[in-house]
Design a protein around this ligand. Sequence first.
Ligand SMILES: Cc1cc2nc3c(=O)[nH]c(=O)nc-3n(C[C@H](O)[C@H](O)[C@H](O)COP(=O)(O)OP(=O)(O)OC[C@H]3O[C@@H](n4cnc5c(N)ncnc54)[C@H](O)[C@@H]3O)c2cc1C
Length: 129
Amino acid sequence: VIGGGPGGYAAAFFAADMGLNVTLVDMEANPGGVCLFRGCIPSKALLHVAKVASEAKHATNWGLTYASRRSTSTSSARSRTAWCRKLTGGVGQLAKQRKINYIQGKATFVDTKTLSIEPVGKTAARRSR
Ligand SMILES: Cc1cc2nc3c(=O)[nH]c(=O)nc-3n(C[C@H](O)[C@H](O)[C@H](O)COP(=O)(O)OP(=O)(O)OC[C@H]3O[C@@H](n4cnc5c(N)ncnc54)[C@H](O)[C@@H]3O)c2cc1C
């Protein structure tokens, strides 16, 4: 299966559960795709942080005051990254449990039956050493 997004990893998991020997290829270190790495989850986390910040800003109207409301965008981005890593790591574990051969790399069809996989990320760094 090329692509470890919600479409790809669901297909890979299903095929493995059906007893097939499955290889899943994605450019990221773990499956998760746009949804877990950049889309659904990070955007909902951002919306939640914005809502909390807005409520905190208006809390003085209800008699609550905070010593400091300094922007903590760096630490909020860090915790977002940590959550994404945790979630995608969890999907990676689910792939391992199913004995799916996960390859981090960019897949290209050489012909109808041959796939070339260009290493990316840590795989590429390891190979170049
Ligand atoms: C900001 C944002 C918010 C969103 N919010 C929601 C939401 O709340 N609810 C919802 O249902 N949907 C949401 N979506 C949509 C959701 O992210 C997509 O529907 C979903 O990710 C599609 O899954 P997919 O598996 O089809 O593709 P993708 O998630 O795009 O996965 C494709 C994967 O294939 C890999 N890939 C591509 N080409 C190659 C190659 N040649 N070799 C190896 N790997 C390759 C990519 O690295 C990627 O990981 C949101 C999207 C965005 C951008």
